[in-house]
Design a protein. Structure first.
Length: 319
């Protein structure tokens, strides 16, 4: 369903068509910044009617970093001529919206189940990196504010530079040089002062945490908000793999993240998604971080056992 394409054929012929750039629900910083980058690219190429949208909400962290007032919440994709979907290729993540012939731009591994006419997927640490590559190819120079936001998005999606390859760090170096800034300046913006509710969520998550040593230290907790902040805190506290369970009204979300040490042991968290397909409604991610959504009854013990068994097997095979 759809063609794996290069940057050359993701742009519609009609410059006056009505375009929606759609990101996943509770859009994180990478999704938001990628949407802004794509909008800028399209407008520089002469497209005149480009709107931004997402479902349910925009993450609190993203809203703290950038003005997201131009995003439409729960837009109707059917009223647009062209729909781009950024930073996801899962129908679940766009609330099963009726999207036809979408153009997907995403950095996550996994099969796309959104009806599409083109898919641009690259094994990068963030979707922002893919959009920056397109800027290079199209000869588009970005203003300083978008460059800085792109850098913050990359830093955030790499878990504060815990993952990445030479291309990632070349991109970071290039942006810092253009901005004439040091990386601590950008990291300080993304860190910011946590508000009271985030501090309480972090402390509650730590108080509920259980730890298993299986050759790597696995830390498990439950929380209903600030999942990314909680995972970063648990990794900093010494966990090699963190598992965060977030129960919502009619679904349960599961997030798993690995440290570089765990990755060096041979852990590939995307294999967890493969093993969990018979239990979860949808899932995706990459070797170092995955997310899954479960509908209906959720068995914490069963799911944790699957994760533990997959990770133990990978460690034993990697040694």
């Amino acid at each position: 369903m759809g063609l794996q394409v290069s940057e050359d054929n993701i742009f519609p012929e009609n410059k006056e068509c009505k375009i929606l750039i759609l990101s996943h629900r509770n859009a994180d910083l990478d999704a938001v910044v990628s949407s802004f980058l794509l909008k800028y690219i399209l407008e520089k190429k002469g497209y005149v009617d480009v709107e931004l949208g997402t479902f349910e909400s925009i993450s609190k962290f993203a809203r703290a970093i950038v003005d997201t007032s131009k995003f439409k919440i729960n837009p109707d994709p059917k009223v647009y001529d062209v729909v781009y979907v950024v930073d996801t290729s899962s129908r679940e993540q766009i609330n099963f919206a009726e999207v036809k012939n979408a153009i997907i731009i995403d950095h996550h591994m996994g099969v796309c189940d959104i009806d599409n006419r083109a898919i641009l997927k690259e094994n990068r640490t963030s979707t922002a990196e893919i959009l920056l590559n397109i800027c290079d190819k199209e000869g588009i120079e970005l203003p300083e504010n978008l460059l800085e936001l792109s850098l913050i998005a990359i830093i955030s999606d790499t878990g504060y530079l815990r993952t990445g390859d030479s291309k990632t760090f070349k991109r970071i170096s290039s942006i810092l040089e253009k901005l004439n800034k040091r990386i601590e300046h950008v990291v300080s913006i993304s860190n910011g002062e946590k508000d009271r509710s985030e501090k309480i969520a972090n402390l509650k998550a730590l108080s509920r945490m259980t730890v298993k040593d299986i050759g790597a230290i696995v830390a498990i907790t439950e929380i209903t908000s600030f999942e990314s902040s909680v995972m970063n805190l648990m990794l900093k506290a010494g966990a090699d793999i963190v598992v965060v369970i977030s129960k919502r009204k009619d679904e349960t979300r599961l997030f798993v993240r690995a440290s570089q040490y765990a990755l060096n042991l041979g852990v590939n968290l995307y294999k967890v998604v493969d093993e969990m397909k018979r239990y979860c409604a949808s899932g995706g991610g990459h070797a170092g971080a995955v997310g899954m959504i479960f509908k209906g009854k959720f068995s914490k013990e069963k799911v944790i056992n699957v994760i533990i068994e997959v990770v133990k097997r990978q460690i034993s095979e990697g040694v």
